[in-house]
Design a protein around this ligand. Structure first.
Ligand code: MN
Length: 128
């Protein structure tokens, strides 16, 4: 079985390094960008099995970016897992409304984070 591919969209270098480290420890193939426009450009080059979307991004925020991805036939089937440091009520609902299939909070809890990633990838497999 080939490694699952994950696109990580995160503007914070520390969070990016941690997420990369955890994902690579599970054998996932990971690449990263720091903004929504970079993600759109990257997705034209290669398609991941899962997108990890930081909600707070400079410029276009992660929810707007997710809506755009879900409105595009070339990217709408790629599951998006929202990652946010907001502990605010209603954020989860907003993430699902935007088209995210799941939600994890920062600071990243290693176990919960990897479980959410594995679940999102599994749900995706079931659909294929
Ligand atoms: Mn951010």
């Amino acid at each position: 079985m080939s490694a699952k591919r994950i696109l990580l969209i995160e503007d914070n270098a520390v969070n990016r390094r941690l997420a990369q480290f955890l994902l690579k420890s599970q054998g996932y193939e990971v690449w990263e960008v720091g903004s929504a426009p970079e993600a759109f450009a990257s997705l034209k080059e290669r398609q991941p099995d899962l997108i990890l979307m930081d909600i707070q991004l400079p410029g276009m925020d992660g929810l707007t970016a997710t809506r755009q991805l879900k409105g595009d036939p070339t990217t709408r089937d790629i599951p998006v897992l929202a990652v946010t440091s907001y502990a605010m009520k209603g954020d989860e609902a907003k993430a699902f409304e935007a088209g995210c299939s799941g939600y994890v909070t920062k600071p990243i809890d290693k176990t919960l984070f990897l479980e959410a990633v594995a679940k999102a990838l599994k749900d995706r497999e079931r659909k294929d």
